[in-house]
Structure formats: structure tokens, C-alpha cells
Ligand binder design. Structure first.
Ligand code: 8ID
Ligand code: ZN
Length: 372
């Protein structure tokens, strides 16, 4: 049942009652099956269930994972389009709480909240129990198994939703809620310390430029790898210590080994091509950690057992982050340490953004305004 509350405790100067009139229909981008037409159309505003918030999504980042969801890249993980015939994508949403279900506590209408990929965890399985709720055995994924942030009003589980401080820029924070959390956790997983070298493969894409900036904010030295002059310019502006253009460099591995004097402490792969993943394993020094983040479809990793053992290398996957990673990642952003290039567009332009993303032409992140 929908309960619309008003708040008398907003931190803004304009303390007082807040009301939101909620329409019955809204604009959204929907698709009915993998690679089906992306339709910009009116759909009903969803009703929050007892545990859910209703968020008026103002802005949403566009992640490569949204493209993979639309393409149906992960065959054994069907989306809601496949199971229910319709999906609204999107999982980097930022907006205002305008309503909530009857069991919600700790939230007020007018709070700022985010829509992130892992929307609902069961809080009971062994992974939820020990602080790895992003790996929950019964998860619900925004923009994948639940309608996401490519609409003006979205429902999210109140327990898992990130609260966004009122002084944080809603327009720019969306990409932090998937890209930022993910790379921040991946960098922690490398165990690199301040002063250590890390390599970011795919350093000028959406996750890549965030990874560069989180790594610098954490005191690491960064080798960024990506392809093309424009990506090089963005990586250097983003703060890499060294940039390698993989379209021009004949021997990326030797170059990284030379720069880092024997190999990096960590390599984080956020690229979407299998070759880069293979390469990442050879870029770390003894006891180095390779963290796989990018998700090219149907890809396997082959590592030399001898090299892995003799170098005592660790190869680890990393999937988004838990609530602590989320709050910490938002706090880095709030303190002005993360400043990723953002290109604005209207929600109705999503098909063109997906086209550009497929061709690898996007530098940084696209953010869509859901009102356009
Ligand atoms: O939790 C997770 N593990 C998680 C969360 C969010 C996203 C994983 N992802 C996955 C996405 O599904 C996607 O597979 O991370 C990957 C990167 O997402 P993105 O940053 O949103 O994609 P992008 O903006 O298209 O950037 C990819 C970059 O990789 C470069 C491209 O030029 C682009 O800048 N790249 C490629 I393609 N091949 C490369 C290579 N061989 C490369 N860079 C270096 N070497
Ligand atoms: Zn994402």
C-alpha cells in the first residue's frame, strides 16, 4: 500500500512540509526481448511494495552492463524481458524519495536515494550474513530482473538502497552507484597500498576513468591501458601516471613490466574484450592480484599453472560491492576526489547511446535526464 509522507526534518534551508504529486503514468524506455526495439513510451508508475521506496529518478548513468542486459549476453542469467516479456533497464539512478511502503523505516519523503544493481538481498543466506550481500543467493537486480532507472519512477528495496547525502550532486552521482562502487571494491581487492602500481585495462571507459580516479585518491600509481588518441587524452586528464595505447603498442606486457620495474601489484580489468583479460594476468609481479570486473560474454580465462604458482599470483572476480563499499565510494565522491567526464543526454536518446557504446566510442560516462 502506498503511503506518501511529508517530512519536517530535511537538512535544507527550506525546512517544512514536502509534498509530491505522483502521476499515474510516466516516460520509460522498455524492451520486450533481447535486442528488441528500445521503446520510449508511457507506462504506469509502479506501486511500492511494503518494503520498498518509490524514487522519482532524476538521472541515470548508462553502464555497459545495461547494454549486455539488452543484448541478452548472459544466457544462463535471463532478464525480466525473457521471463516476463518486458524490462526497463538501468541501475545507476539518482533521485528523490516520493513515497514508500508500510514497512519502511529510516527514510523520509524528500530524502535522496540511489538505484543500484543489487537491489534486494535476502539478508538470511550465508553471504548476506557475513557482509557479502552483493553475492546473495536470492538477489534481485535492478534493470535486469526488476525494472530499473531508465524510467521516471522506480521502486527499490529500502534496506539495500543507498542514501545520498543532500549536498551531493544528483546529476553526477549516478555512475558512482555502479561504476564507482565496483572499481573501488576491485581496487581494495588488489591489496595495493599507497605508492604501489596498479594497471587499469580499459581505463578510459565508464568504469575505467572512475578506477583511475579512485586509485589516485587511494594513493596508488596507475598505468592505464586503452585504445586511441581520444581515450589517451581522457586517461591523462583523469590522472594516470602512464598511458599505453594498445592499438599502437606492440608489446603491452613488456612496457608495463618496464614502467613498474617488474610488474604491478594489481591489475583491474574493466575492458570488454577477452584479449585484455588474458593480458592482465601477465602484468602483475609476484604475489600480485588480478581482479576481473569486465564481463565479455562467453569468455574463459587461461592462465599458466606454472607461472601462477611460481609467482603466487591471485586471480579473483569482483562483483559490485556491499553497503559499506557503497557508502565509502559515495563519500570519496562527496569529498570532491572523483570527477569523471560526463556527457548528458535525454532518456529518449538511449538507443543512440547503446550504439556508441557498442562501437567503443564513449569516453567516461553518459548520464540520461529522465525528463527528456
Ligand atoms: O560488478 C561488476 N563486475 C561490474 C559492474 C559494472 C560493469 C562489471 N561491469 C562490466 C560491464 O558489464 C562491462 O563488461 O564492466 C565492463 C565495463 O563497463 P563500462 O566501463 O561501462 O564499459 P565501457 O564504458 O564500454 O568501457 C570499456 C572500455 O574498455 C576499452 C574500451 O576502449 C572502453 O574504453 N577496451 C576494450 I573494448 N578492449 C581493450 C583492451 N584490449 C580496452 N582497453 C584496454 N585493452
Ligand atoms: Zn553498471
Amino acid at each position: 500500500m502506498l503511503r506518501v509522507r511529508y517530512s519536517i526534518s530535511t537538512p535544507s534551508m527550506l525546512r517544512g512540509l514536502r509534498y509530491y504529486s505522483i502521476p499515474t503514468t510516466q516516460k520509460a524506455v522498455v524492451f520486450e526481448h533481447a535486442r528488441g526495439p528500445l521503446l520510449y513510451k508511457d507506462i504506469p508508475v509502479p506501486q511500492p511494495r511494503p518494503n520498498e521506496l518509490l524514487i522519482n529518478v532524476k538521472y541515470s548513468g548508462v553502464c555497459h552492463l545495461d547494454l549486455s542486459a539488452w543484448k541478452g549476453d548472459w544466457k544462463n542469467l535471463p532478464t525480466k524481458a525473457e521471463t516476463a516479456g518486458l524490462l526497463v533497464g538501468g541501475h545507476e539512478g539518482a533521485g528523490v524519495v516520493v513515497g514508500m511502503g508500510s514497512n519502511v523505516s529510516g527514510w523520509e519523503v524528500g530524502d535522496h536515494a540511489g538505484v543500484k544493481f543489487v537491489l534486494l538481498s535476502c539478508w538470511k543466506c550465508e553471504y548476506c550474513y557475513d557482509g557479502h550481500e552483493q553475492l546473495c543467493n536470492r538477489p534481485v537486480y535492478s534493470g535486469y530482473t526488476h525494472d530499473g532507472s531508465f524510467q521516471q519512477y522506480a521502486t527499490v528495496d529500502a534496506m539495500g538502497a543507498p542514501k545520498i547525502p543532500q549536498d551531493v550532486d544528483l546529476l553526477r552521482v549516478g555512475p558512482i552507484l555502479c561504476g564507482g562502487i565496483t572499481v573501488y571494491r576491485a581496487l581494495k581487492t588488489t591489496t595495493a597500498q599507497a605508492g604501489d602500481w596498479v594497471v587499469i585495462l580499459g581505463c578510459s571507459g565508464g568504469l575505467g576513468l572512475l578506477a583511475v580516479q579512485y586509485a589516485k585518491a587511494m594513493g596508488m600509481r596507475v598505468v592505464g591501458i586503452d585504445g586511441g588518441a581520444e581515450k589517451g587524452k581522457a586517461a591523462i586528464a583523469g590522472g594516470v601516471d602512464e598511458f599505453i595505447d594498445f592499438t599502437e603498442c606492440d608489446d603491452v606486457i613488456s612496457r608495463v613490466v618496464a614502467i613498474t620495474n617488474g610488474g604491478a601489484k594489481g591489475a583491474v580489468n574493466v575492458s570488454t574484450l577477452p584479449q585484455a583479460i588474458q593480458q592482465s594476468i601477465q602484468l602483475v609481479k609476484k604475489r600480485g592480484v588480478v581482479v576481473l570486473v569486465g564481463l565479455p560474454p562467453d569468455t574463459t580465462v587461461t592462465a599458466s599453472v606454472l607461472q601462477t604458482v611460481l609467482k603466487s599470483v591471485r586471480i579473483e572476480g569482483s562483483f559490485v560491492g556491499n553497503r559499506a563499499d557503497t557508502d565509502e565510494a559515495i563519500d570519496f565522491f562527496r569529498r570532491g576526489l572523483i570527477n569523471q567526464p560526463i556527457t548528458m543526454a535525454g532518456l529518449s536518446q538511449l538507443p543512440e547511446i547503446f550504439d556508441k557504446m557498442s562501437r567503443g566510442e564513449i569516453v567516461g560516462r553518459y548520464v540520461v535526464d529522465t525528463s527528456k
